[in-house]
Design a protein around this ligand. Structure first.
Ligand code: G3H
Ligand code: 13P
Ligand code: ZN
Length: 332
């Protein structure tokens, strides 16, 4: 069984210059699809659950499904990660479920919408680092805020990361990886006109900070998927994401963790819409969730290849959380 701490996978990726996709999950089919893609491409993988996803599954259900992914795939290094934890309490819950990595998003207040102060962010992040490191669990934090609104995640007011503040934040908190804001946002409507990403901010953060960097809001929102969705009754005019070439550039400039949720949602929904339109007589969930699962596997296979993750599963001698506890002693 290869449950690995986030720190190990991301530091390895940083060293070798590839990106690891962190894919959001809510249910069994999504987890199976991601693991099938990881197996097919022999990639290390991060499966992540948001607070909303955990709540939707009554917490334990999703926790057990994620553990099943680890147990069923002993040769694939898997990180179980909490996405956008908003308090020490949310982190404690995830660690009790067996997660090997947590995000504390102190860039926003607990409501997940209101921008916080730097001091608040440092305080809440430090408390999470102390708690998580004592248990061998890795911590991602965020400095700067993404634009865009998603259920409980995102302030609607983008605020790019200040590189010097990022450096102080890392020094003051002892986090293992850092999410920065360079102009991406959550969801399917990332840009209104020109695509404008602050690669200069990324470069400066990279030069000042030596822990792995994380990019949220990294879905591509492929035009083919939007066309497919709209063709089968969807209504998503103006949807736009981050081009894959921009993500590859970001990885080259130092991004190690690439967060993807929206593209998975689009692939699933397009596949289900297609089944319903073409076969209105079908009502067995396996007959639409099955094609949705296959569509999701395909899109993740292509991301694992594009991010350079493919083929790297074998590089790891997985560390346990106990190994990590020893590593962390004195660091928090
Ligand atoms: O970053 C946010 C993810 O897309 C999760 O979204 O809170 O709707 O599950 P959610
Ligand atoms: P997308 O909405 O671009 O997929 O971003 C997902 C994300 O950042 C999850 O934390
Ligand atoms: Zn996010």
């Amino acid at each position: 069984m290869a449950l690995v701490p986030g720190k190990q996978i991301l530091e390895e990726a940083e060293k070798k210059g590839y990106g690891v996709g962190a894919y959001n999950v809510n249910n069994m089919e999504q987890i199976q699809a991601i693991m099938a893609a990881a197996k097919e491409t022999q990639s290390p993988v991060i499966i992540q659950a948001s607070r909303g996803a955990l709540k939707y599954s009554n917490f334990t259900y999703l926790g057990y499904l994620m553990k099943a992914a680890v147990i069923e795939n002993p040769d694939i290094p898997v990180v179980m990660h909490l996405d956008h934890g908003n308090s020490l309490e949310s982190v404690v819950k995830a660690i009790e479920l067996g997660f090997s990595s947590v995000m504390i998003d102190g860039s926003l207040m607990e409501d997940g919408r209101t921008a916080s102060t730097y001091e608040y962010n440092v305080d809440v992040t430090r408390s999470v680092v102390v708690y998580a490191h004592a248990r061998g669990v890795s911590v991602e934090a965020e400095i700067g805020t993404l634009g865009g609104l998603e259920d409980g995640v995102g302030s609607g007011n983008a605020h790019l990361t200040n590189p010097k503040e990022a450096k102080n934040f890392v020094d003051e908190t002892g986090v293992d990886s850092l999410a920065i804001a360079i102009g991406t946002s959550h969801g399917a409507y990332k840009f209104k006109g020109a695509i404008n990403l602050a690669f200069d901010v990324l470069k400066e953060v990279r030069s000042l900070v030596d822990i792995p960097i994380v990019l949220h809001g990294a879905s591509c929102v492929p035009k083919e998927l939007i066309d497919e969705l709209n063709k089968y009754g969807g209504k998503m005019p103006g949807a736009m994401g981050v081009p894959i070439t921009s993500l590859q550039e970001a990885i080259k400039l130092g991004v190690s963790k690439v967060n993807v949720d929206t593209d998975g949602r689009l692939a699933i929904t397009a596949a289900i819409r297609k089944v319903f339109v073409e076969n209105p007589e079908k009502f067995d969930p396996r007959e639409y969730l099955g094609p949705a699962r296959t569509a999701l596997t395909n899109i993740i296979v292509s991301k694992m290849k594009a991010f350079g993750t493919a083929g790297h599963a074998k590089d790891y001698t997985p560390k346990t959380l106990d190994d990590m506890k020893k590593l962390y002693i004195g660091s928090a």
